[in-house]
Design a protein around this ligand. Sequence first.
Ligand SMILES: Cc1cc2nc3c(=O)[nH]c(=O)nc-3n(C[C@H](O)[C@H](O)[C@H](O)COP(=O)(O)OP(=O)(O)OC[C@H]3O[C@@H](n4cnc5c(N)ncnc54)[C@H](O)[C@@H]3O)c2cc1C
Length: 399
Amino acid sequence: MSIETDVAIIGGGIVGLATGYQLACLHPEKKIVVLEKEGHLAEHQTGRNSGVIHSGIYYKPGSLKAVNCREGRKALIDFCRQEGIAHEICGKVIVAVDERELPALERIYERGQANGVTCAMIDKEQLHELEPHAAGIRAIHVPDAGIVDYKGVCAKLADHIRGAGGTVLTRARVTGIRADGDRTRLVSTAGEVSARLVVNCTGLFADRVTALGGLAPPAKIVPFRGEYYELVPAAEQFCRNLIYPVPNPDFPFLGVHFTRMALGGVECGPNAVLAFAREGYHLTDVNLRDLAESLTYPGFLRLAARNWRMGLGELWRSISKRAFVKALQRLIPEIRVEHLHSAPAGVRAQALAPDGSLVDDFEIVESERIVNVLNAPSPAATASLNIGRLIVERLAKHF
Ligand SMILES: Cc1cc2nc3c(=O)[nH]c(=O)nc-3n(C[C@H](O)[C@H](O)[C@H](O)COP(=O)(O)OP(=O)(O)OC[C@H]3O[C@@H](n4cnc5c(N)ncnc54)[C@H](O)[C@@H]3O)c2cc1C
């Protein structure tokens, strides 16, 4: 099989599909093909995340994360309303449990103000009214945060792409990218696709696919698994909505939290453990190529040298349910081991620079005919519709 198209999008997660959707809305005359290696869409980060619509409170003012989260959040909520997708703007609390966390809590509040997020600093009594079982001496209440069914969003985005005449191919793993005159030829397990322009939205493989397209990626993807537990029904009463800790400012991860899910249930997590495979959803999943690439990368060695203590702590929380529960008990002291059962894990695609710094902001790198989304960690699901619009603006320069 060989298909000719204007734009080929590699990756059927939320960023690829949102890009296809925006392209279909803004340039309906363009032919679109999405290639996804799995049998279903949104099988990796998008379908295994916390399901939170982030408010934009955490991010550096003016950053791509801050701007796209605020704009993308609005677009996502409108899309969910229009399409009847399960979602709720239920609000969340970020809780300081001791005095040492107050300065960091204050800094998050200031960022929220700078980013135009509706938020309020609340005391212990106000926290108790919102979340009666949460411990904490002070908290930020963020009414703008919410929950959503991201797989449901992806299904509707794909429907729109198909409805506009586009093609969404599954079981189509791209294995080669070759320049072919003024076009680009993608070799895939579902046949060849010849495209004028290509967008790479391959999440955990974004760096490898960038290299496949002929561009040396400025950072490497290192996979960090996020493990979850779910509350048994009898314990769901402990959490009304979303309860978050004050995050460690040195890391882009938010710390284990309680999340009510849009389709029911309450999840607890995720932690952040180095995964031994890019799609390593279990501690015992090992891919030698992936692991060797992480462990021999100078950026990883620098990161590990600086943060080995924290890394071991996370690994211990991965092995020991009791240690995980202890972290959760800081937020809700009534939680017991028997209140939790294991839930599916996710793996974050986190770009790591050669100097050992975790790339904090979204990063898009372009060659002449290929736009590569190299780093799209949280809140990229919330921000996806705006990231998609941004990518389409870049493509449009070449139309
Ligand atoms: C544990 C966890 C919790 C998170 N919580 C939240 C949250 O609550 N809110 C939020 O906004 N964000 C959250 N995020 C972040 C969010 O899920 C991601 O930023 C977002 O899903 C990224 O989407 P994506 O399309 O770039 O990647 P993905 O969803 O990973 O999609 C990439 C796709 O590319 C495909 N692919 C890869 N290689 C190829 C190839 N060679 N050929 C064809 N297809 C290929 C993959 O199979 C995959 O389907 C979380 C992430 C994780 C892991």
